[in-house]
Design a protein around this ligand. Structure first.
Ligand SMILES: [Fe+2]
Ligand SMILES: [Fe+2]
Length: 322
């Protein structure tokens, strides 16, 4: 650990040293104006668990150099879960809609096809992030609630399985975010308000960084603290049956040449029947290719495939049908 804040450090130092702590403070439900008060004093006044707050602060501050073993003992699972819930509400209700509004303001959607495509892609990206966070709210957190009540749910959604899904979705969100930036940078719509579009691009970069940190926090600190909780309960109640479900996913996500050909046909606007005729294969085979493509890329719409094809150089802009 390179740097570690302590309970006796002034709260204001956190923000002076790292502006990202503004978000942490707000998501723990604390407001500003704490003068020179120390971290533990402010936490106590706001009803926040100070050790968990410090674990999150030190986790984010030290990035990839963080040692979970140095933080995990301080984490209160409920306090950390509340923090994650507030973060979800922030992204779904505020951050994602705010960026959409800015994109609409920056680009001339009525007269530019690439602007339409960018907005479509953004909507799909926002929906993907929202679906993921709603899944966590709906399945992961209630599972953890039951653990906190001393029970290990006997459903197939064991935390191992939930974690696998977590990590897969996190990777997919990261890829979509990166594609979104690429398409804006490479195909900047010419009629746009340049300053506004630069501004929204900066917002997307900052949101991406923030969300990456959120996902890492879930994959590492939260997952580890929940596993510990499960182990504690199992030790107390060894008679209870618990079988973790491991979802096995294909590790090979590389597209075959035939799958790339199918993508090119799809983004040209051809139907499955037309693709089958052009490629001398059956409609069923086309549908199998499309299912495999969706599975490998985690992209399920023609608009998403179009962006993928453009960003990866499979087609030129003038070949696509929007
Ligand atoms: Fe999350
Ligand atoms: Fe997540």
């Amino acid at each position: 650990m390179t740097e570690k804040y302590r309970a006796t450090d002034p709260m204001s130092d956190l923000i002076s040293d790292d502006y990202r702590m503004l978000q942490v403070i707000s998501r723990f439900g604390m407001s500003f104006g704490f003068g020179d008060a120390k971290i533990d004093t402010v936490c106590k006044e706001c009803g926040v668990d100070a050790p968990t707050f410090l674990a999150v602060v030190n986790f984010i501050r030290n990035g990839e150099y963080v040692k979970i073993s140095e933080l995990i003992d301080d984490v209160d699972v409920r306090a950390l879960m509340d923090y994650l819930k507030h973060s979800h509400a922030y992204y779904i209700n505020f951050r994602l809609p705010a960026i959409k509004r800015k994109l609409l303001e920056a680009m001339s959607v009525s007269s530019n096809q690439i602007a339409v495509l960018i907005l479509k892609f953004y909507d799909e990206y926002a929906a993907e992030v929202s679906r993921h966070m709603e899944y966590e709210n709906e399945y992961v957190h209630p599972y953890v609630e039951q653990l906190l009540e001393g029970r290990i749910p006997s459903s197939e959604h064991g935390f191992h399985a939930l974690c696998h899904r977590h990590q897969d979705n996190h990777g997919s969100i990261e890829r979509s975010s990166s594609e979104l930036k690429n398409i804006i940078i490479k195909y900047y719509p010419s009629e746009s308000n340049i300053q506004l579009l630069n501004d929204v691009l900066m917002d997307i970069y900052m949101m991406e960084e923030d969300m990456l940190s959120h996902c890492r926090l879930e994959d590492q600190l939260f997952a580890e603290s929940v596993h510990r909780l499960e182990d504690e309960i199992r030790l107390k109640r060894p008679q209870e049956e618990y079988t973790p479900t491991h979802s096995q996913h294909e590790s090979n996500n590389t597209l075959s040449d035939r799958e790339k050909e199918v993508i090119i046909e799809v983004v040209k606007g051809l139907s499955n029947k037309e693709i089958a005729e052009n490629m001398f294969i059956s409609v069923n085979t086309v549908m199998t290719h499309r299912r495999n493509i969706s599975k490998k890329l985690n992209i399920h719409s023609p608009a998403g495939l179009t962006i993928y094809a453009i960003v990866n150089g499979l087609v030129n802009l003038d070949e696509i049908k929007i």
